[in-house]
Write a protein that binds this ligand. Structure first.
Ligand SMILES: [Zn+2]
Length: 89
């Protein structure tokens, strides 16, 4: 069920601790197949599941990256983006 910008659903884990992630949620975060790598971690009383993106989301570089709003970006792309911004301002 969609409520504003957030999907809510109620599920139970099975005896092995597994849960089916609703398809609208999978589609939304880019889980396109059973091969999509995921990160899972707990944050106080929540469990967060996100698509694992080991490198820069723009160029794929895996070195010299920082996380920005949950996405990895490399410093080289940040510099390129800054140049684009300077040109367009
Ligand atoms: Zn990059």
């Amino acid at each position: 069920m969609k409520k504003n910008d957030t999907y809510y659903d109620s599920r139970h884990v099975d005896e092995a601790g597994r849960i089916v992630i609703p398809k609208p949620m999978r589609d939304r975060i880019g889980i396109v197949s059973d091969k999509t790598p995921l990160e899972i971690y707990s944050e106080s009383d929540k469990i967060v599941i996100k698509v694992h993106t080991p490198g820069c989301v723009i160029c794929g570089n895996i070195e010299n990256t920082v996380e920005l709003k949950g996405k990895r970006v490399c410093f080289e792309c940040i510099e390129k983006l800054n140049k684009i911004r300077e040109i367009n301002s």
